[in-house]
Design a protein around this ligand. Sequence first.
Ligand SMILES: Cc1cc2nc3c(=O)[nH]c(=O)nc-3n(C[C@H](O)[C@H](O)[C@H](O)COP(=O)(O)OP(=O)(O)OC[C@H]3O[C@@H](n4cnc5c(N)ncnc54)[C@H](O)[C@@H]3O)c2cc1C
Length: 506
Amino acid sequence: MAVFTRFKSAVRWRYIPPCSVYRRRLDPGPLLRPAESVPERRVHHGGAESAAPRRRPFSRVTADDLVFFRGVLPGRVITDPDVLESCNVDWLKTVKGNSEVLLRPKTTDEVSQILRYCNARNLAVCPQGGNTGLVGGSVPVFDEIILSTALLNRVLAFDTISGILTCQAGCVLESLSEYADKQDFVMPLDLGAKGSCHIGGNVSTNAGGLRLLRYGSLRGTVLGLEVVLADGRVLNLLASLRKDNTGFDLKQLFIGSEGTLGVVTAVTILCPRKPRSINVAFLGCSSFQNLLKTFHMCRGMLGEILSAFEFLDASCMSLLENHLKLTNPISESPFYIVIETAGSNSAHDEEKLHNFLDKVMTSSLVTDGTVATEEAKIKALWSLRERVTEALRHDGYTYKYDISLPVEKIYDLVTDMKEHLGSRAKNVVGYGHVGDGNLHLNVISPTKDVGLLAAIEPYVYEWAARCRGSISAEHGLGLKKRNFIYYSKVHAGSQRHPQPLQDPAR
Ligand SMILES: Cc1cc2nc3c(=O)[nH]c(=O)nc-3n(C[C@H](O)[C@H](O)[C@H](O)COP(=O)(O)OP(=O)(O)OC[C@H]3O[C@@H](n4cnc5c(N)ncnc54)[C@H](O)[C@@H]3O)c2cc1C
């Protein structure tokens, strides 16, 4: 049906190559952060500057320590400053550590030996996956030893009946997607950084991403974990059961704990069957109100086949065009929507999508749009959403906020922030996961600007708190947001010193 290849405008397709910047980084990327008194902290982000802890009295790495590490990891103890450079800096290049040692274990036993030793020697360790984290948690704050999961990269088992995959924590998400694809399954998780991020990093940050609307969060799809605790003990929680109500679900403590409780060394995850038919629609909307009405209608009409509903505003599109030379396939609009359907019957899915598009076009909720069914075109449309983060990095110093809000309020924050900051900001843009009520608010300045930061924070966190939102929907706290947890978790102190409840039966 013609409507599925083009509708309304007559813009010709141009293939837009998929993002290459964060394809697999083979250089390694890093439990225990020092939290306190040597003024060698090098944090470039203004907010983090105030948030940065002081170095605690951890030991410093000695020649004897290196001898021990080399015995455990022959040829995999890196002290070359050139190699260490990239592991000391985060993806956004806003946070920089000063580690002089990078360790690259291949097995759980090696991780266990290292942590046991470091614990006994009082050496601080920073676990690092693909180093794509956006909150300054993946790099050392001071001179912590970087423990990279890059070589823990083997698939351990795959069950073709249940779709249960067990792999080491350093497997790159994209490689796992390709592996699952060959078995006729998909990973339940997808994000713009898939070419570099590790499944262990994803679990440790409880990454959300583009498929959460369909497959839910990692708290549901991760069935088991293997974790090495700070003292080297190995906790084998690698269950592959979907149901198990015997006692506490300990793995949940490690999902999203950002390396503070232990190093994840292996993951068991439930993969859904690969959908037979995928369609992606890229639509233009004249207002955010219309976008919300489109979302409401979309859920009603596409129901079980809806797999993603994402948005970006016109400023994001300009950044994609200017910095990455991507082409807007439809006419200019204040807002753009990416809708993906994934189902098992193409005729049925196409008919549903056709009816939906017909309805939103005739009711003028959507002003223009295009649909892709072929893989290359689907990738091209997705890159318009996935590469916004990359385009922003080219526009200047970016202050990033990843806020959960009631869905009807998500763009109000962008509008209000524009007004609040006025000409102090070079650019204020919004994009994100509408389906999950998750806004990525980004404020750009030509260079780091402490005055601008003071105008954004804590204003943005107060805004989120008033709406009972979260100051970190999916990126975690890292270094940058750790001091602001109280805006989302009133009883955050209980996270540090959980009190055991008294057994009411006694
Ligand atoms: C372009 C781009 C797009 C992105 N899109 C999304 C998105 O849609 N959704 C989303 O949620 N995030 C997104 N992110 C953020 C980032 O990719 C995720 O947070 C990702 O899960 C981090 O994985 P990683 O392997 O890179 O971890 P790292 O960045 O290396 O580490 C992140 C944190 O986890 C800890 N850690 C890493 N590995 C382990 C381990 N094995 N055991 C214990 N702790 C560990 C680190 O110490 C650190 O605190 C995006 C980032 C970029 C650059």
